[in-house]
Design a protein around this ligand. Structure first.
Ligand SMILES: Cc1cc2nc3c(=O)[nH]c(=O)nc-3n(C[C@H](O)[C@H](O)[C@H](O)COP(=O)(O)OP(=O)(O)OC[C@H]3O[C@@H](n4cnc5c(N)ncnc54)[C@H](O)[C@@H]3O)c2cc1C
Length: 231
């Protein structure tokens, strides 16, 4: 699915789902995997109980593998989430703008101004100035283009890729895989789909929240009912 202007999130693979959570929870009572389900109503009730009481470990038995294409500055926020496995494209191996790694930069649709109440946060400008977005995008496009050209010049001069990349700005798109269990994913989504998260990472989190909803409808329903708390 497309996110931002050139970003992407794909659910590549999945292990388990609501059934794995139910089986993992009921093994406490000696119930075997085949007879773990007690029907939709009881299974949903069990998952509600687990979320509400923050018995999170059964959710660790379902896992997701995502492919993500996102700007570097979003990646920095993302990789703070340690309860996941990551592998990322390497700027030491690939040449940005070469055949293996597109040199693509994030250009926002809307430029925001500092928020009055949240020192980290931002909001859309209160006054409509039609020149605002086009002017700032022109500046960013020019800056990105110059950085890309300087990078190519450094490569041309014989500089190693691991050093030439120093001139590239953090709106450069990078790519990585993330494998994460459902419990840690809910933690990630709880923090990054929240309104105080940066708008850009929030777009990814909201898209992935819908993916979780499709993959684990009972878990999602209980989680939503409990205000997306971290189990
Ligand atoms: C709105 C927002 C603003 C932020 N601002 C900043 C900032 O200004 N500066 C900054 O540095 N970071 C910032 N962060 C990152 C934040 O501090 C966390 O590093 C990040 O959200 C990952 O959360 P986590 O530790 O819960 O996730 P994970 O690393 O995936 O960990 C999941 C859970 O595992 C447990 N856990 C993981 N590692 C440990 C450990 N070493 N010891 C004990 N328990 C552990 C914790 O229960 C944790 O909640 C911000 C995050 C958000 C959402």
């Amino acid at each position: 699915l497309k996110v931002l202007d050139k970003g992407e999130v794909k659910l590549l693979d999945r292990m388990g789902g609501d059934g794995s959570v139910i089986a993992a929870a009921r093994v406490s009572n000696g119930v075997d995997y085949e007879s773990a389900s007690k029907g939709t109503a009881k299974d949903q009730g069990l998952i509600n109980f687990l979320i509400k009481n923050r018995h999170g470990s059964p959710f660790e038995h379902a896992a997701f593998q995502f492919y993500i294409k996102t700007p570097m500055f979003v990646r920095s926020q993302w990789h703070r989430h340690r309860m996941a496995s990551y592998n990322e494209i390497s700027g030491r191996y690939v040449e940005w703008g070469g055949t293996d790694a597109p040199l693509e930069f994030y250009i926002p649709e809307q430029w925001r101004v500092p928020a009055a109440t949240n020192k980290q946060g931002s909001v859309n400008p209160s006054e409509d100035n039609p020149a605002w977005n086009p002017m700032l995008n022109m500046m960013l496009e020019l800056w990105s283009k110059t950085a890309g050209e300087t990078y190519a010049d450094l490569i041309e001069l014989g500089v190693a890729k691991e050093m030439a990349r120093m001139v590239l700005p953090v709106n450069l798109y990078t790519q990585f895989y993330m494998t994460v269990n459902a419990r840690a994913l809910m933690n990630f989504l709880n923090l990054r789909a929240a309104e105080d998260a940066q708008w850009e990472i929030r777009q990814f989190a909201l898209t992935m929240r819908d993916m979780l909803k499709d993959a684990m409808p009972m878990t999602y329903s209980a989680w939503e009912r409990n205000d997306f708390i971290v189990p």
